[in-house]
Design a protein around this ligand. Structure first.
Ligand SMILES: *[C@@H]1O[C@H](CO)[C@@H](O)[C@H](O)[C@H]1NC(C)=O
Ligand SMILES: *[C@@H]1O[C@H](CO)[C@@H](O)[C@H](O)[C@H]1NC(C)=O
Ligand SMILES: *[C@@H]1O[C@H](CO)[C@@H](O)[C@H](O)[C@H]1NC(C)=O
Ligand SMILES: *[C@@H]1O[C@H](CO)[C@@H](O)[C@H](O)[C@H]1NC(C)=O
Ligand SMILES: *[C@@H]1O[C@H](CO)[C@@H](O)[C@H](O)[C@H]1NC(C)=O
Length: 481
């Protein structure tokens, strides 16, 4: 019995592992345009402390690569625009960069992507003409080293590559970029590399606050924007921007290229005119973003599609030019303290007591009484999953919370979902006396309902640290069960 139970437990964790950990990922950009940041070694300590598993950097700095050695953190490194000329002109330049700047630190530093060129359409020099030849040369260098299957080559873009992004179905690339975009898209399709985009609903809101509501930009909207051509409904700008890109790719018949978001985020501070740049809005955007992405919700045009996203940025960067907000995109101050509470407590359980986004403190759970009769539990499940409006798809056969297949755990899932959705008030946990309020994470004491808190985290207030800990916990349990 015990071992059968363990097996079920492992199977359900394995499903979760597949769902969360081989699914969409959330990483963080580690920009270093500042003169007051901690040393790379200290930064890596911070990254490990918060269980961040994916990091994007903007060059191939040796100190940084060394610091990430043997951490298991997956790294995206970059060839900056200033190197595009050299890399595009001579294969030997790409070869010797790989040999001298990458190979000595690989695979200890787990590099998985090389971005060649950064937002070249925004670059005042001739970077866009150089980027594709440089990408080819970097790929050729990787091929010679036998690494082209392990390290993917791509290039990042701003949304400025599109001439239209609304409605999403009318998304189209700016034809004045056609000369480099067409060969780039061919390169990406041929090598199964993603199209990398930096997306900022913040700017859309800042620049047209009359047209774009703050709620829509922050994933908090209760109304929907309809795409008149497709009838698709959008509840947030992030999805609309991604779909605009998918439609632009489809219009050119590139149907297999995946989209990856190499930067997105929200500044916590801005100039007096940038009223949207506050810690609360930054926290709301990033919390909702993580929840949205790790749920593998996909977008209206690509439901269920995995999406990898990097949050910009790890630190505030004091040397960035421009408006005040430019220097305030960080999750951390240079002294490594958090700017707003993304609950990096390392506890890995829900703790929103410091939440400033108006959400209820989610430190209580509602589970089913083990003393209730089967008939009562079944009735309560039917009610919660029907009139109670709980999404009970996760406890259906072959779904992540089906196992263990018994009424108490299914009812606990349904009760807790209902309870959290309805303000975690006492009355929302009554279920005719069959609901029991607990203030300890129930997965700790009652392992059979671990799925409850796993899914609960994703469906409600999920913080980055917690999201990563799901993967870690699953990994750990798989290894030890
Ligand atoms: C940019 O590069 C293209 C292709 O190499 C070249 O034809 C063009 O003259 C360059 N333009 C400038 C302004 O350097
Ligand atoms: C397309 O790109 C060109 C060159 O960068 C720019 O001048 C033009 O404004 C863009 N068109 C649109 C519609 O964004
Ligand atoms: C969280 O709340 C506790 C207790 O109210 C307080 O001591 C602590 O400083 C808060 N932490 C943050 C990051 O606001
Ligand atoms: C939630 O917060 C309220 C007020 O801040 C407090 O009275 C209540 O006890 C908290 N609930 C839990 C379960 O911590
Ligand atoms: C999670 O995904 C499901 C469908 O897969 C969707 O119905 C649900 O609303 C999503 N939850 C959140 C919080 O996005």
């Amino acid at each position: 019995m015990a071992s059968a139970f363990k097996l079920l437990f492992a199977v359900s964790l394995f499903t979760l592992l597949l769902r969360f950990c081989s699914g969409s990922i959330v990483g963080v950009c580690y920009g270093r345009n500042a003169d007051d940041l901690p040393t790379p070694d200290k930064v890596v300590e911070l990254i490990k402390l918060h269980n961040i598993k994916y990091v994007r950097i903007y060059d191939s700095n040796i100190q940084v690569l060394k610091a990430f050695a043997n951490t298991g953190v997956e790294l995206m490194v970059a060839v900056p625009n200033s190197d595009l000329l050299a890399f595009s002109q001579f294969q030997s330049n790409a070869d010797s960069w790989l040999k001298n700047s990458i190979l000595p630190y690989y695979p200890a530093a787990k590099i998985t992507y090389i971005t060649v060129g950064l937002e070249v359409t925004e670059s005042p020099d001739n970077a866009s003409a150089l980027v594709v030849p440089a990408m080819h040369n970097v790929l050729a260098a990787l091929k010679k080293a036998g690494l082209h299957k392990r390290i993917k080559v791509s290039s990042t873009h701003s949304l400025g590559v599109l001439s239209r992004s609304f409605p999403p179905s009318a998304g189209a690339f700016n034809s004045s970029h056609a000369s480099f975009l067409k060969p780039m898209l061919e390169f990406l399709a041929e090598n199964q590399s993603p199209f990398m985009i930096d997306l900022y609903p913040y700017y859309a809101y800042r620049d047209s606050p009359k047209k774009v509501s703050l709620d829509y930009a922050l994933f908090e909207s209760s109304s929907e924007v309809i795409d008149p051509n497709t009838g698709l409904l959008y509840t947030n700008m992030f999805d609309a921007q991604i779909d605009a890109l998918y439609f632009a790719l489809m219009a050119l018949n590139f149907k297999t290229i995946k989209v990856m978001v190499t930067e997105t985020g929200w500044p916590s501070k801005g100039s007096p005119k940038e009223k949207g740049a506050t810690p609360d809005n930054a926290q709301t955007y990033n919390t909702n973003l993580i929840r949205h992405v790790l749920n593998d919700t996909g977008t209206p045009a690509k439901p269920g599609e995995e999406l990898d996203v990097y949050i910009f940025s790890l630190f505030n960067e004091n040397r960035k030019p421009g408006l005040e907000s430019e220097r305030n995109w960080g999750l951390f101050y240079p002294d490594k303290t958090s700017i707003y509470n993304l609950d990096f407590t390392g506890k890995g359980v829900l703790d929103m007591t410091n939440s400033t986004d108006g959400s209820k403190n989610g430190t209580t759970w509602c589970i089913a009484s083990s003393k209730a009769s089967e008939a009562d539990l079944q009735n309560a499940i039917d009610w919660a999953c029907g009139p109670g409006n709980v999404d009970c798809s996760a406890i259906q056969p072959s779904q992540p919370c089906f196992e263990p297949d018994n009424l108490v755990s299914h009812a606990s899932f349904a009760f807790n979902s209902y309870y959290q959705q309805n303000g975690a008030s006492d009355v929302a946990c009554s279920f005719g006396g069959k609901g029991v309020k607990v203030d300890k994470d129930p997965s700790k004491s009652i392992p059979i309902i671990s799925c409850l808190s796993e899914l609960f985290l994703t469906m409600f207030r999920l913080t980055m640290q917690q999201a990563y800990s799901i993967c870690l916990k699953s990994d750990h349990n798989l290894l030890t069960s």
